[in-house]
Design a protein around this ligand. Sequence first.
Ligand code: SAM
Length: 390
Amino acid sequence: MFTIQQSCSAWRIICFKTTKPTPTAVWWSVKCHTGPEVVLQLNEQGAPHNQVTKRHRKERSLCQQVLERFDQQYSQELGDLWPSARAVLLDPHSWQYGVMLNRFTTVTGITQILQSQGFSTLLPQTPSLSSPRPTLQCYIHPYPLRFPSQAHRPGQLKQYYLLNAASLLPVLALQIRDGEKVLDLCSAPGGKALAITQCATPALLCCNEPDPHRRDWLSKTLESFLPQSLISRVIVSAQDGRSFGQSEAGTYDKVLVDAPCSNDRSWLYSCSSQQGEQRLKERARLPALQTQLLRSALSAVRPGGAVVYSTCTLSSSENCAVVETVLNDCPEADPEDLWEEIAIPLAKYFTFSPAHPGHGQTPHKLGILVVPQPGKTWGPMFLSRIRRRK
Ligand SMILES: C[S@@+](CC[C@H](N)C(=O)[O-])C[C@H]1O[C@@H](n2cnc3c(N)ncnc32)[C@H](O)[C@@H]1O
């Protein structure tokens, strides 16, 4: 039984109770804008308690300079999609969360709980998507309900990882198969590396992260989710990704470049105007870094192998423009169209941008863009797949 009211700009779930008796009976409530967020609690066995925790979220302060820059740029680049994308980015309480299950743990109990709470599986058995990733399971909810994150328990693997479901798309685009050598060039905190291990069992997964603090975070993520048998195939490396391609030329079957970018969700909430200014300066320097990382990835991949380039910004100068620059001076690289393979089968769950500025006849040739929209708040996420010719 549940009651839903629409108030403010978002759906407000007033109360939600399963019809099952305790201990599975549970109340959920998500408030919009003000008041506590009520989060489902799980007990030691992973079953929900019949009690809830109230968390008063700190309101985040908006960075006006960043918003003004986004308004100027994205109203031109996204046209009619921008006002609704803007509304989602400005309302963190509307954001949805995906729950990616860990295939190395027993997930039956969690699956039952998720289904009983109204979650459903994101990846249908769509022929074009299902073959390379039969083991990847992610659950999503139509409303912005947040499943609790799991605390670290020594000696026990975590059963699930919370993420923006659009983060799975670059991993799907990699089409990882058992026995491949895979490089995750910009890896921390490790969400996509984990998703890679859910899709298949690589012969080698190299997770590269030059920032020591973030590399520490990455190692902890890997340890909490992967069994020893797989950890032995995973290497954590600390190189500057720009020179990786020179040191390990032609080594990998697949390379993911989940590049540092102007993360649109978090950059809107910079702490001070000084930080906002700093970020806008940094933003101008990012395309050069991204271009070098993508070139390096194309050197690290073997002939016939594939590179996926992704970012979590809507900015075309960090997305299509980077891909175009690299393709212009790399004649042995071909972009592959992800529209039929990913955008069409998953259009029910994600809003893909219909076109990119300046690419008239083949708007999706250089990549596809997930634009957050009300009720489908996933993204921003840009992805492009480039194959190195044999
Ligand atoms: C968008 S995040 C990656 C997120 C990660 N793939 C995941 O799914 O959890 C980009 C990462 O690139 C790293 N980075 C920054 N400069 C880099 C460089 N020159 N080479 C490689 N990685 C770099 C950042 O420290 C950051 O951790």
